[in-house]
Design a protein around this ligand. Structure first.
Ligand code: PAF
Length: 341
């Protein structure tokens, strides 16, 4: 009788253990058998980025999440967190390498701290124009860069964009490099951006975007550089930014990315759907940016920002030229330049 009781207890305990092991995960980063085979398990995954919920970064993610949820019959749900709610771009990228963040869309500048080859994309004036940049990114060079991401535990889903970066400040209109002399400018955490603004005579102060607004409001920095949509959506005119010079010094490439650790946890059939929908997010997002750019410039102007649109770019290009020879990945840089000859 006693033995029977123990056997029953043991059986119940084993049942509980098995149930816990197979439990469906609803907690964010998922769990799975990891053998790539199909199962009925559901996955609740997290996507993060640094911009508001009406920015194309977010809208692109929402569309991707909806399509994935529909095509997987609800087996993959993606929660999208805007405004650096689960981390700024550098932290989010690190999170992907560790497997604590599942998806991220970020401009390439901070990702370069993890994948050094990406430095070539943030070299000022490296792309003739947006169309040429997209052609290069969606070709062999872009594929090779995605392979470098993969070496670092990140899967590149698609190339997106942040837009052309322009300089805003609260001191004077910037029309030539000399106007930047001594200006304290917030830059992204990226060596090339820092070197570029040093070459232009400014005083670059790298910081995450999460600190930039306070930095501008408190006068820690006088200037910043970002696309018009960012300046508009963060109402930078309320942070002492009176002038925007359309320097377009960097075509700010962005990437929709996924943690390889997350990918490895998904069954084969779900992986395929996620990759397919992830590949669509970038092109769709780029279309939205182009549509919104002019409207943002108009809104900035309506809010008192003086837009300096007839900037002569040549002296800016000349001032940053010495940076080209300092790029570590010269072969890659030359490939990009040669592709535009
Ligand atoms: O300046 C930055 O840090 C980036 O351009 C931003 C605003 C986070 C968007 O990628």
């Amino acid at each position: 009788m006693r033995k029977k009781g123990y056997t029953l207890l043991l059986f119940v305990a084993m049942l509980l253990l098995v149930a816990a092991g197979c439990g469906k995960d609803q907690t964010g980063s998922s769990s799975n058998s990891g053998d790539g085979s199909s199962s009925d398990e559901t996955f609740v995954l997290q996507a993060g980025h640094s911009l508001p919920d009406d920015h194309p970064y977010h809208l692109g993610f929402l569309e991707m999440a909806d399509n994935i949820e529909e095509r997987t019959d609800g087996r993959v749900k993606i929660e999208v967190f805007p405004n650096s709610e689960i981390g700024a771009e550098r932290e989010l990228t690190e999170g992907m390498t560790l497997g604590t963040v599942d998806f991220v869309v970020s401009s390439t500048a901070p990702v370069t701290n993890f994948v050094p080859e990406l430095e070539v994309l943030d070299v000022p004036f490296v792309f003739e124009d947006r169309e040429t940049a997209v052609e290069i990114l969606e070709g062999e060079i872009g594929e090779d860069l995605f392979a470098k991401l993969r070496d670092n535990g990140i899967i590149g889903l698609s190339w997106a964009e942040n837009g052309y970066r322009h300089i805003t400040n609260g001191v004077r209109p910037i029309e030539k490099p000399a106007d930047l002399k001594g200006l304290k400018i917030r830059t992204q955490e990226n060596e090339i951006h820092i070197a570029a603004f040093e070459a232009l005579g400014a005083q670059p102060t790298p910081m995450a975007w999460t600190e930039a607004l306070t930095g501008l409001q408190q006068g820690v920095v006088d200037a910043q550089e970002n696309p018009a949509i960012v300046a508009d959506q963060f109402s930078l005119y309320d942070s002492k930014q009176k002038y925007m010079s359309l320097t377009g010094h960097v075509y700010s490439v962005a990437i929709y990315m996924m943690s390889e650790k997350t990918y490895d946890k998904l069954p084969e059939d779900l992986r395929e759907i996620v990759l397919e929908e992830g590949a669509k997010a970038g092109p769709k997002q780029r279309e939205m940016i182009i549509e919104m750019e002019q409207e943002s410039l108009k809104k900035l102007e309506e809010n008192g920002v003086e837009i300096i649109s007839d900037v002569d770019i040549a002296p800016f290009q000349e001032a940053v030229e010495p940076i080209y020879s300092k790029i570590e990945h010269q072969d890659l840089l030359n490939q990009i330049l040669d592709a535009q000859l």
